[in-house]
Design a protein around this ligand. Sequence first.
Ligand SMILES: Cc1cc2nc3c(=O)[nH]c(=O)nc-3n(C[C@H](O)[C@H](O)[C@H](O)COP(=O)(O)OP(=O)(O)OC[C@H]3O[C@@H](n4cnc5c(N)ncnc54)[C@H](O)[C@@H]3O)c2cc1C
Length: 488
Amino acid sequence: MPTSESDPHGPVPELYDLAVVGAGCAGLSGAVTAAELGLSVALLDASGQTGGQYYRHPAPALGAVRPEALHHDWSAFAELRRRQKACRVTRLARHHVWAVTREDGDLWAVHAVTGADGDGERSVRVRARALLLATGAYERQLPFPGWTLPGVVGAGGAQAMLKSGLVLPGRRIVVAGSGPLLLAVGSSLAAAGARVPAVVEASGYLRYARRPRALAANPRKLAEAAVHGAALLRHGVRVRTRSAVTAVHGRDRVEAVTVSRLDREWRPVQGTGRRIACDALAVGFGLVPQTELATGLGCAAHRTADGASALVLDPLQETSVPGVWAAGETGGAGGAQLAREEGEVAGLAIAARLTGRPALVRSGRMRELRRRRARMRAFADVMAAAHAPGDGWTRWLADDTDVCRCEEVTAGRIREAVAGLGARDARSVKLLTRAGMGWCQGRVCGAAVACLASGRGVAERRPLAVPVTLSSLAALDGAGADPGPPGP
Ligand SMILES: Cc1cc2nc3c(=O)[nH]c(=O)nc-3n(C[C@H](O)[C@H](O)[C@H](O)COP(=O)(O)OP(=O)(O)OC[C@H]3O[C@@H](n4cnc5c(N)ncnc54)[C@H](O)[C@@H]3O)c2cc1C
């Protein structure tokens, strides 16, 4: 367990060869690869730790003796961190990047705030010749009656509580939603001592069998699923497929959930609801790429098989905007190993461009990485198609179910805006009802509101990637926007 992640290097220069946003598997791998090839690299992340979602680990103050016990493949992360400490990566931790802009002289300016956690917010601007966006993904939530009760948490959120805080959201936890993450979450919670009465998957696993070649080419993924499956079996956890939690019950917090069978379109089958007692529900419907910084620059996006929006990338991970690369979940959810390899492809490609060494992109290493990436992306496509939400999920909603929890906008008000007032997209619904205008800025309800408005679950574009104060915006003219010392 590391005791400190402080940066060993001196004051932060303002101009770098490469700015990397996101220090998860993809960003860390890209930053290290580029720095080892001689580039000066700034690595910014909103978190105080490197490792992103997958390698989230307890804060040193918690005194965890073996944080790796909660992870698969910890050695890959340990190796990346060892390499990071040995090269020219300036790590800017707790830096929340709210926008990226293009400046004169083919430079990119990364605008961040730091100190927002309590020390007084400060604006930071980092300029770079190239940009790697590795901002990962967030969980897709689909609302249902009772989902705002205390005790309902995201499935990935429950995993994050365990990995970073060593706490469980409850003692008896139902895990529900869709996607392979549910198996990982169910087995980790059970191994950590929770009773997990059921893992409830809205799709079935048989859809994977439609692409046998992609499955056969990714035996490691199958082995991972088998490990989680065996752990669930060992802990007596039942996996219910083609089912969903369609209501949560409780007075002040979760006391039980209703699980209903679903048809192919995810419509609940009448008369199949069964109550399961629990004190927490961990729920999530797959991952949505976090692409605001990229789309704000005009980078093209495409629709993935599960209806999310991901960046269009060329074989060397460059976006449609020259000089801007992306890696990991920003190009579609595909897992930690894929993110790491894509980060390396991007790091090599950026170094090749900036140092004038095209041989780097023709190297045997690059060929091998691209071959592996193609194989893993094919599996990611199968996974996305297998867990694509069916249109019938909106049948779970009662008219009085809150869809936008920040502004307390119900499904009934959104339906009225669509049927009665002619709203055809999430933006019009927002203007008519305030749905998506609250603290989370539509990150939680965006996909659901878009789906109710237009039948398409893609949330609208947001010009600012994170909440930011007016004084930080005012600092954009240059005053007060100097980079400070490296993060802790
Ligand atoms: C909540 C959650 C839990 C997950 N749990 C698991 C699991 O248990 N098992 C599993 O196999 N997979 C899990 N996944 C998926 C797995 O995390 C990814 O496959 C993998 O981490 C992808 O790596 P990445 O580098 O693309 O993104 P991430 O690891 O998500 O890294 C992205 C980084 O970007 C930073 N960032 C994003 N936006 C900004 C910004 N505006 N400013 C500054 N920094 C920013 C984030 O803080 C983060 O550190 C989870 C995903 C999520 C969202």
